[in-house]
Design a protein around this ligand. Structure first.
Ligand SMILES: Nc1nc2c(ncn2[C@@H]2O[C@H](COP(=O)(O)OP(=O)(O)OP(=O)(O)O)[C@@H](O)[C@H]2O)c(=O)[nH]1
Ligand SMILES: [Mg+2]
Length: 307
């Protein structure tokens, strides 16, 4: 803990859940605050699939953000149900909830997310994101009044996570809500997740960016082998799909697509671990794993805090 703080302001710490429908910008906001790509981001909904802790330490506080999968209305598979449950459970036992919405956009999924938010006994801040997309800012007043009229909220902030606008006032508001207490994690720790986890996420991000039309959400990645020889990190990863035609799409004609995915992912991983990487990717088919609770467990979807 920092003891050189001459103002004697009490050190504060706590957990803040970030909740909202898919694609509102939860992960973008957290990455912006931490100045690091901890959570992968894409323009496709349901990008975040695991709960990730993002630890923001300053000399007088530690805010532990919980990035959650977007709360959605899709029915059916065990994976879909699991994602909503993950988001719901993270709103309990926290010190504050950020309820993210997109400026001037309100859907059934926002309503669903709002109901989850409302169940939390923590203080709640409405965060209106993507204000950079709105020309006439006056329009946001009735939009916000309607939400504040229907749900009990303790404040509202207007931000652009992407353009890094108005995030400092939001951080100050969060700081106000935190209880006094020592740091929860080591002050140089930024996440509860392992390097391996982030590597699989960086590969999945490339897949989502390139194949957002063709591939279902169910594509997933795990690490088969990780070996360090000299200063080279040799990483073998499997990409899991449910059908042969999805495998063909990822491999592409003469292997061109998978080659490009590999090149891009390797660059991202090298940047992340600050080491040279030799990345090998295999595409494998595991039929209907999103409906198979055992497969979900085997691919790391149950133990939310460890790999
Ligand atoms: N214009 C604009 N776009 C934004 C802003 N914040 C996020 N985005 C974009 O919105 C898309 C979704 O962002 P994410 O951060 O992945 O959203 P999310 O809420 O984490 O989504 P899920 O993980 O699917 O629940 C990306 O294309 C972002 O670049 C913003 O302030 N302005
Ligand atoms: Mg996300």
């Amino acid at each position: 803990m920092n003891t050189s703080n001459t103002n004697q302001a009490p050190y504060k710490s706590g957990y803040v859940a970030v909740i909202g429908r898919p694609n509102v910008g939860k992960s973008t906001l957290i990455n912006q605050i931490l100045q690091q790509k901890l959570s992968i981001v894409s323009h496709k909904p349901q990008t975040t699939r695991h709960q990730i802790l993002a630890i923001h330490s300053t000399p007088n506080a530690q805010i532990v953000f919980i990035d959650t999968p977007g709360i959605h209305n899709q029915k059916g598979t065990a994976l879909n149900k699991h994602l909503n449950q993950t988001a719901q459970s993270s709103s309990h036992g926290v010190d504050a909830v950020l309820f993210l919405v997109e400026a001037l956009k309100w859907t059934d999924e926002d309503l669903r997310a709002a109901k989850v938010m409302a169940q939390s006994s923590a203080k709640k801040i409405l965060v209106v994101n993507k204000v950079d997309k709105v020309k006439d800012k006056q329009q946001m007043i009735p939009f916000v009044e309607k939400i504040m009229g229907e749900f009990q909220l303790d404040g509202v902030h207007y931000i652009s996570a992407l353009k890094n606008k108005h995030i400092d006032p939001l951080l100050r508001a969060i700081h106000q809500l935190l209880p006094e207490g020592p740091p929860i994690f080591d002050e140089d720790q930024v996440s509860d997740r392992s390097t391996r986890f982030f590597i699989t996420e960086l590969i999945r991000e490339q897949l989502m960016e390139r194949f957002h039309q063709e591939l279902p959400y169910s594509v997933t990645v795990n690490i088969e082998a990780y070996e360090v020889k000299g200063n080279m990190h040799h990483i073998h990863a499997n990409i899991w799909v449910e059908r042969n035609n999805q495998k063909r799409i990822i491999i592409g004609s003469k292997g061109e697509a998978i080659k490009q995915i590999g090149i891009n992912a390797r660059r991202e991983i090298e940047q992340f671990i600050e080491q040279k990487v030799n990345l090998k990717l295999w595409v494998k088919v595991k039929s209907s794993w999103t409906d198979d609770i055992r497969a979900i467990e085997s691919l790391g979807y149950t133990d939310e805090f460890k790999d």
